[in-house]
Design a protein around this ligand. Structure first.
Ligand SMILES: *Cc1c(COP(=O)(O)O)cnc(C)c1O
Length: 357
């Protein structure tokens, strides 16, 4: 069986050797040595100034909305994972969707201004598949209308844009370290921000509002990452170079196989160093996609419809149509993409796809 993704598992004895340090300390959570070491190592690896590791990649979105004091309407993309939208709704704000760019698949920055009202407080956009949003144009709009900017960078681990971490853009960025993501801690995630004052706020927000055992600075929730997750991160991180190289090799093989064929691939923004997190292809019709998906499944190969349905079709939201996102979300399929996808397996996948299109 070949799945759309496969979790990288470090050698078990390496994970256990790191875990032993938690046993020795008798300490499993509340920012122990392993989590703090993981944060320090990620800070250096990613080249970010402030990081707070968390227990998943969804709570950071909610915490960002809360910490920035947002209310009213938040402009966002309909083409992302449900957590991007559900976090806005969960925090009592209203998502206002803006259509996506047909090739980059990120929010179409040229359509943002038309969606701004007196109630707009922020833009929450996704670097979908690790492809950077047009961060400069979005910042210009945010500055003009006095809006905050949050980036859902769940897919953006290790991506650099114009020579620096993509997490350095916006007021707050987030990442997911879920087992299906490029870098993982089983479940996990992180918040990134610009100042140490902001980091302090995020820190108390993620720990019930505590500032010391008997003091509360404000409202908080529990988004703490455990030492067990920290140990996994420390065990996986040394393999990132090899993981990214292996993923690149897979992407290159797909690219070669699909070269010149009638299949739309993700267009990366210029000046981007990508992480090869996903291999999405857009078909000419939903019928073609369904045919391919079925043919792959007959061979025990499971591609995934990321992201379908579009978030504008969530049952708890008012139905609205978006020309580009509605087309892309019905015709896009993520093909299997992971570090040890074999050449033979990949050839099977590409031959099935090419046979049908
Ligand atoms: C995975 C993902 C999340 C949520 O991350 P979790 O770690 O699973 O909570 C949020 N946004 C996007 C775009 C994602 O793909």
């Amino acid at each position: 069986m070949i799945n759309v993704t496969k979790t990288f598992l470090p050698p078990q004895e390496e994970y256990q050797a790191i875990l032993k340090r938690a046993w020795d300390a008798g300490w499993l959570t509340n920012r122990g040595v392993l989590v703090r070491e993981l944060e320090a190592k990620l800070k250096a690896y990613l080249g970010v100034s402030n990081i707070l590791a968390t227990t998943n990649g969804t709570l950071p979105l909610q915490i960002a909305i809360k910490a920035l004091g947002l209310s009213g309407e938040i402009i966002t993309t309909p083409f992302s994972y449900v957590a991007t939208t559900s976090s806005i709704v969960w925090e009592g704000c209203t998502p206002v969707f803006v259509d996506i760019h047909p090739e980059y698949l990120t929010i179409d920055e040229t359509k943002i201004e038309a969606a701004i009202t007196s109630k707009t407080s922020a833009i929450l956009a996704t670097h979908v598949f690790g492809n950077p949003c047009h961060v400069e144009a979005i910042q210009v709009i945010a500055d003009k209308y006095n809006l905050k900017v949050i980036y859902d960078g769940a897919h953006a681990f290790g991506v650099t844009y114009k020579g620096q971490s993509l997490f350095n853009y916006g007021d707050i960025s987030t990442c997911s370290f879920h087992a299906t993501k490029v870098f993982h801690t089983g479940e996990g995630g992180a918040l990134f921000c610009k100042s140490s004052a902001q980091l302090k706020k995020l820190l108390y927000c993620h720990n019930f509002g505590h500032d010391g055992p008997e003091n509360f600075l404000g409202l908080g929730i529990n988004a703490k990452i455990s030492e067990l997750q920290g140990a996994m991160g420390l065990a996986v991180l040394p393999y990132m170079k090899a993981i990214l190289e292996a993923r690149k090799a897979v992407a290159d093989m797909y690219d070669d196989a699909f070269h010149g064929k009638a299949l739309q691939k993700l267009k990366l923004r210029d000046d981007t160093q990508w992480n090869y997190g996903y291999y999405p292809v857009v078909f000419k019709s939903e019928a073609a996609l369904l045919k391919v998906k079925k043919a792959l499944e007959a061979e025990q190969i499971f591609a995934r419809r990321y992201f379908f349905p579009g978030l504008n079709h969530l049952p708890y939201l008012k139905k609205l149509k978006f020309e580009v996102s509605d087309i892309v979300s019905t015709r896009i399929l993520c093909l299997p993409m992971f570090h040890d996808l074999q050449k033979k397996e990949l050839e099977k996948i590409t031959s099935i796809v090419l046979h049908i299109i």
